[in-house]
Design a binder for this molecule. Structure first.
Ligand SMILES: [Zn+2]
Ligand SMILES: [Zn+2]
Length: 379
């Protein structure tokens, strides 16, 4: 690849890094990406509601539509780095490398502008709100998405702790199914000297915490892997004359398949209602930030491995899925495809850590791997 292009891409990535936006607010990011894409001769740019966008490269000939996805959102994390392109926004920074993922697709757009597909279409999709598990569904629900109807979908995520430039792959489940649960108990406040005249949710919350531990089977090597993690609990107020009347408990639930995660969720909900009944509490349960598990098809993994081998990259097969949720599951559960990891270096800080930064060396690698994939379908 031209050195000039690489330099331009690194500059672009650092601009995104310096100007991060959290999930659902990617207006400026989307505008920057769109303005870059306009110079790369796409057949069409599709603008979705809520900042998502896609560049379509249509060969005009029959053939498959291959969609490649990048994400655009940053996180509500204060950056600890002090390099010159550090986040200009207090409390927000790109700590998952989505600035890099978006830049990789722009690099591919640049290649496609001079070497367009000869068969079918290539669609470069930039999705908002990956971190909250919402953005993919927003685009699937957008009437404009029907113009795409992909035959194959691919995405990558950079992965610290794996050797730089290695391709991390797995057939079958690649990332966990995840959902977050909010349980709100409403009882009745009373004088702290007469708690028996009120209804205090303390016991129900305590028992639900114990249940979360009982339902957990934290053995990732088992298909039956289940994780219920308490993330937040609150009860009453530090007002010492009052027995609490309100309490809530928040959890994230994880399993290797969406079906097993749903069973786990229903077990937790059943217990919460049982406890509410027993204690005569009002109970409201809400479910947020659901991630469908990513299931990689064998043919799609094959295409990734072919590209890796053509590009002379090391490949690493992981023997179990990753525990994080990835919004790409909404796409990979609907269309044939696969997600893979791109090693970000063994000594790179972990994702979501305040000192993390996307390694610029990966931009070229990502572009090459994606190009190698579409070459098998669209040339
Ligand atoms: Zn993330
Ligand atoms: Zn991410």
């Amino acid at each position: 690849m031209m050195e000039e292009l690489i330099d331009e891409l690194i500059k672009f990535r650092r601009e995104l890094h310096a100007n991060p936006e959290i999930s659902g607010e990617e207006e400026d990011t989307s505008r920057r990406i769109s303005s870059y894409l306009k110079d790369q001769n796409p057949s069409e740019i599709i603008q979705f509601k809520r900042n998502g966008l896609a560049a379509v490269y249509d060969s005009g000939n029959e053939g498959p539509t291959v969609l490649l996805r990048a994400d655009m959102d940053a996180l509500p994390i204060e950056e600890l780095n002090d390099f010159e392109y550090r986040s200009k926004v207090e409390g927000i920074s790109h700590k998952c490398g989505h600035d890099g993922h978006s830049t990789i697709l722009l690099g591919l757009a640049s290649l496609l502008s001079v070497d367009p597909p000869q068969k079918g279409r290539v669609v470069l999709l930039f999705q908002p709100a990956e971190e909250t598990g919402e953005g993919a569904q927003w685009m699937l629900d957008d009437p404009s998405f029907s113009k795409i109807s992909p035959d194959y979908v691919f995405a990558l995520h950079n992965l610290p702790r794996f050797p730089l430039h290695s391709i991390v792959h797995r057939t079958g489940t690649f990332t966990a199914a995840v959902i977050s649960m909010v349980v709100k108990f409403r009882g009745k406040t009373a004088h702290a000297g007469q708690p028996d005249r009120g209804i205090n949710p303390a016991l129900a919350i305590a028992e639900l915490l114990i249940e979360s531990n009982r339902l957990t089977h934290n053995r990732p090597e088992d298909d039956e892997f289940r994780l219920v993690t308490p993330v937040h609990v609150s009860l009453g107020k530090p007002s010492y004359g009052t027995s609490a009347g309100l309490g809530e408990a928040h959890f994230t639930l994880r399993a290797w398949t969406t079906d097993r995660m749903k069973k786990l969720a229903s077990d937790m909900a059943k217990k919460a209602r049982e406890l509410a009944n027993k204690e005569k509490l009002d109970c409201k349960i809400s479910w947020i930030q659901e991630f469908i598990s990513n299931v990689n098809g064998p043919q799609s993994v094959e295409a990734i491995l072919n590209s890796a081998s053509k590009n002379g990259l090391q490949t690493i097969e992981v023997d179990r899925p990753f525990r994080w949720g990835e919004d790409f599951g909404r796409l990979s559960s609907k269309f044939r495809g696969a997600m893979f990891g791109l090693g970000a270096g063994e000594n790179t800080p972990d994702l979501h850590n305040p000192d993390y930064d996307f390694p610029d060396e990966l931009i070229e690698t990502g572009v090459r791997v994606f190009k190698g994939i579409i070459t098998q379908f669209n040339y």
